[in-house]
Design a protein around this ligand. Structure first.
Ligand code: PLP
Length: 401
């Protein structure tokens, strides 16, 4: 069965007394048992009957199970946000005295989780250029617990060779963990590239138009004991389970994921190509200096990561793109002039969104670190939504004017 058919028609674990077509929201905190035996079996994991909604909830389990079927994973655990998923997975995989190898090109809070929060618990993070395989080979050693990457880094739009990195990491026994928020698992088979654990902010594509926060950890079953540590240790001891209401909305989001993503990406292509033309016109007419503006989207043939992205992600490129303008002041003027595109953070809302990352998401990070992370103050991040692409391009054109 095709993934979209399954996502829409995923069977419910029990027959609903009212014949509900979608999984009801079980908002209760606890569940009653017929006798002490059933109670013991649930609490000790002999049965999978729910006991307490911090660790197991029928609506959330249903959402997790659909992703499990779609990915063929050993287990899928849903969290209250992308960051909760990343921190739980990282804490399940690493320990004091161990090392994380990753890039400076990371989502800001992930960068701070590794370099600041986990550092206080004795975990070292070595930042390397993940596109430099020799540098990665030098960094990964026997103490490395995981190599962590983002499939398309936010906002630098860097793409690394996942299979090559996985070979290096696995040779030293390190887990390969990928943040795949940008390109959903139904389009890119990360397991076949050697990824052990996939994590995503389901706040983005999955939520179905920014309906709710969420995070998902997909465990491909290649790391011994990880499933137990994640579900029994991290989930139970740290909390952070997805709420039933969010799981309900994100289950609906899964049903429309393929349809929405197709439009997002198609619009991103039209906008990226349109922006290239607008920039070329502005340069030709002398309005801006040659080379002072550019658009970055891996689906463009001119993009340095195009071939790698095409090979790794099954011809998918996400709907985030960045626009480099002559200076910070022109970025602020551009942001203020937008009319259709909204001035907001987040990605893959139904609406198109624009943000100047350096002064906002990375605004509290010192300038030197920001520079090291290649978060330029000339950069605008655009998340392309589901509107008509001609309206988006008209808005971008007038704001650039
Ligand atoms: N990973 C990436 C690539 C992100 O872009 C984000 C948020 O923007 C996160 C993780 C964190 O997700 P959340 O905001 O759901 O905690």
């Amino acid at each position: 069965m095709e993934d979209v058919t399954f996502a829409i028609n995923a069977p419910m674990p029990r027959k609903d007394p009212y014949g509900a077509l979608s999984m009801p929201v079980y908002h209760c905190c606890a569940y009653e048992f017929p006798d002490h035996k059933a109670m013991i079996e649930s609490f000790t994991g002999v049965s999978d009957d729910p006991d307490y909604s911090r660790v197991t909830n029928p609506t959330v389990i249903h959402f997790e199970n659909i992703i499990k079927s779609l990915t063929g994973a050993r287990d899928v655990v849903a969290f209250t946000s992308g960051m909760a998923a990343i921190s739980a997975a990282a804490m399940a995989l690493t320990a004091a005295g161990k090392k994380i190898v990753t890039s400076r090109h990371l989502f800001g809070n992930t960068y701070l989780l590794f370099t600041s929060t986990l550092k206080r618990f004795g975990v070292e993070t070595e930042l390397v250029d993940l596109t430099d395989l020799e540098a990665v080979r030098r960094a990964v050693d026997e103490d490395t617990s995981m190599l962590y990457l983002e499939t398309v880094s936010n906002p630098q739009m860097e793409i690394c060779d996942v299979r090559a990195l996985a070979e290096i990491a696995h040779a030293k026994g390190a887990a390969v963990v990928a943040d795949t928020t940008m390109i959903p698992f139904v389009f890119a088979d990360m397991k076949s590239l050697g990824v052990d654990v996939e994590i995503l902010s389901s706040t983005k594509y999955l939520s179905g138009g920014a309906t709710s926060l969420g995070g998902v950890v997909i465990d491909y079953g290649t790391i011994e004991g990880f499933d137990y540590r994640l579900r029994k240790d991290m989930l139970m001891n740290l909390g952070g389970y997805m709420s039933p209401h969010a799981a309900y909305m994100q289950t609906l989001g899964l049903e429309t994921l393929r349809a929405r993503y197709t439009v997002h990406e198609d619009n991103a292509r039209k906008v990226a190509e349109g922006l290239e033309d607008i920039i070329a016109d502005m340069e030709r007419s002398g309005k801006v200096e040659q080379g002072s503006m550019s658009v970055c989207w891996p689906g463009l043939e001119s993009n340095p990561y195009h071939e790698l992205a095409k090979r790794q992600f099954g011809g998918h490129y996400s709907a985030m793109l960045t626009l480099t303008l002559p200076d910070e002041e022109s970025c602020f003027r551009f942001i203020d002039k937008l009319k259709t595109i909204r001035r907001a953070t987040n990605l893959f809302d139904n609406r198109s969104l624009a943000i100047h990352p350096a002064s906002t998401i990375f605004g509290t990070i010192d300038a030197a670190t920001r520079a090291a992370m290649d978060v330029s103050d000339r950069l605008i991040r655009l998340s392309i939504g589901l509107e008509d692409s001609a309206d988006l391009l008209a808005d971008l054109k007038q704001a650039l004017g």
